[in-house]
Design a protein around this ligand. Structure first.
Ligand SMILES: [Zn+2]
Length: 475
């Protein structure tokens, strides 16, 4: 069995269009000599005149950068994978092999071509570029649309969700006609309609520690539009290990954040937040809500920064964190320092391979609620037989105004600890919320306070609306 050498897109024309070459050899230097011996035109792209590896070309053995190993003398064995990773900043590595533009593309991109900082060469860099969007949701939507319109040649999309009606308030990549279809299928159709020159590479999967390096490796820039902490740390660490710029954005209610993490040139996400908040402390957009236009602003900043990185123009958002407050319409900027003790990009990294991010974020270690939950149908039956059953709603009053279960009493979760005295401990109690997460927290509070007979409505009022009372609106 030989060693597999993965060839990046810009260099494929020099090895007969192949994306991988199998060769035998004992060290990285030996393999690269053999590779450039068989494919002579490749040599000037990898090596400078003095025979040294060009500074904008990085070589990895499996997941490790040879600069952290023994450089050219790094040993390889059968079954190993060697990756050649040209740097994209400024497009230096791809400059020799930029693609041509058709007449149609020249017309389409004319407003770019007459901009001195983009021009023909910049537009060709955009066409040669490969950008990976993690998530085709709120942030991924505007990012994908603007990158598509701008002529980024290849857009990779990672998502495994189905378009839901509640997405359409902000996820402008999708439409009413694609509700119920996969987000990737919906996105690809919209992208193709906007700009048929763009190639979409879909990854219909959850990004995991097992697949992240393989997926991210082939892209020049990653734009992170995820809405959960495990994936955000996973994207960060994978980008640090592969030396990829990670264009970060996040949103909540009326506030957004953006930055560019590129460990070689500045801090990473872990330098900013070395540890995630405990599960449940920061509500998701599904729980906390988000203003529809906000992801449009933050996702557009991500698209803008991505394009600047590809073109090598301007000052990237590296080492800076932009905070946006929509209610005040105010941008603030914080300077971010690289943490010398950062576990992944610091001087002595302790994280040198991808870890279990669910465990790292404290997910999966939650207590089991077996027997503590009740289904909507079961609640209906029990309530009918036992009208003494006390059902109470722990949502916010403004949610109660959208829809409520007749006969259920409202005590918002935040007020519950102070209002325990209003509850009769001798009665059986069922807590409910929107989807069933907050009512479990209420259940814990009641249990801790000594209430013996408490259960939580599984799936919340949403399950009630689907299975018991179809006259209720869902939200
Ligand atoms: Zn770091």
């Amino acid at each position: 069995m030989a060693v597999t050498i993965l060839i990046p897109t810009p260099l494929r024309p020099f090895v007969g269009g192949r994306d991988a070459v199998q060769l035998e050899g004992g060290s990285v230097g030996e393999l690269l000599d053999r590779l450039t011996g068989e494919h002579a035109p490749l040599r000037p792209h990898l090596f400078a005149d003095d025979g040294r590896l060009r500074s904008f070309v990085n070589v990895y053995v499996n997941d490790r950068d040879i600069r952290q190993l023994a450089q050219r003398d790094t040993p390889v064995k059968a079954g190993d994978t060697v990756s050649i990773i040209p740097s994209i900043a400024g497009g230096t590595a791809v400059a020799d092999v930029l693609p041509h533009l058709s007449h149609e593309e020249i017309l389409r991109y004319s407003r770019h071509l007459i901009l001195p900082d983009v021009g023909l060469e910049g537009q060709k860099k955009l066409k040669a570029a490969r950008v990976l969007l993690v998530g085709a949701g709120g942030l991924g939507s505007p990012a994908a649309l603007y990158l598509t319109a701008a002529g980024v040649g290849t857009i990779g999309l990672v998502d495994f969700d189905v378009v839901d009606k509640t997405n359409l308030q902000r996820q402008i990549l999708h439409g009413t006609s694609t509700v119920g279809t996969g987000k990737l299928e919906s996105a690809a159709a919209r992208i193709h309609d906007l700009n048929p020159n763009v190639r979409v590479e879909p990854f219909e999967t959850r990004l995991t520690s097992e697949n992240a390096l393989d997926i991210i490796r082939d892209f020049d820039v990653v734009a992170d539009g995820t809405d959960n902490f495990p994936t955000r740390y996973l994207v960060n660490d994978a980008c640090v290990l592969l030396d990829k710029p990670n264009v970060y954005g996040s949103i909540f209610r009326f506030e957004g954040q953006a930055s560019v993490f590129h460990a070689r040139r500045g801090p990473c996400y872990r330098c900013l937040y070395s540890e995630p908040p405990p599960p449940g402390l920061v509500p998701s957009c599904a729980e906390g809500g988000v203003l529809g236009v906000l992801p449009g602003i933050i996702g557009s900043i991500q698209a803008m920064e991505t394009i600047k990185l590809i073109l090598g123009v301007g000052e990237p958002l590296i080492g800076r964190l932009v905070l946006f407050d929509a209610l005040k319409l105010q941008f603030r900027e914080l300077r971010l320092e690289k943490d010398p003790d950062c576990p992944v990009c610091g001087r002595h990294p302790t994280i040198t391979a991808l870890i279990d991010y669910e465990a790292f974020c404290g997910i999966g270690a939650e207590p089991s609620y077996e027997g503590a939950e009740i289904s909507a149908e079961q609640l209906k039956d029990e309530w009918h037989l036992n009208p003494e059953l006390l059902v109470f709603d722990v949502r916010h009053p403004h949610e109660h105004a959208i829809a409520h279960i007749e006969g259920a009493r409202l005590i918002p979760l935040s007020e519950l600890p102070d209002r325990l005295g209003e509850l009769d401990g001798h009665r059986e109690i069922v807590t409910h919320c929107h989807h069933g997460a907050r009512s479990l927290k209420a259940l814990e509070i009641l249990k801790a306070a000594g209430f013996p007979k408490v259960r939580s409505l599984r799936g919340g009022i949403d399950a009630w609306a689907v299975n018991v009372d179809r006259s209720l609106p869902r939200y």
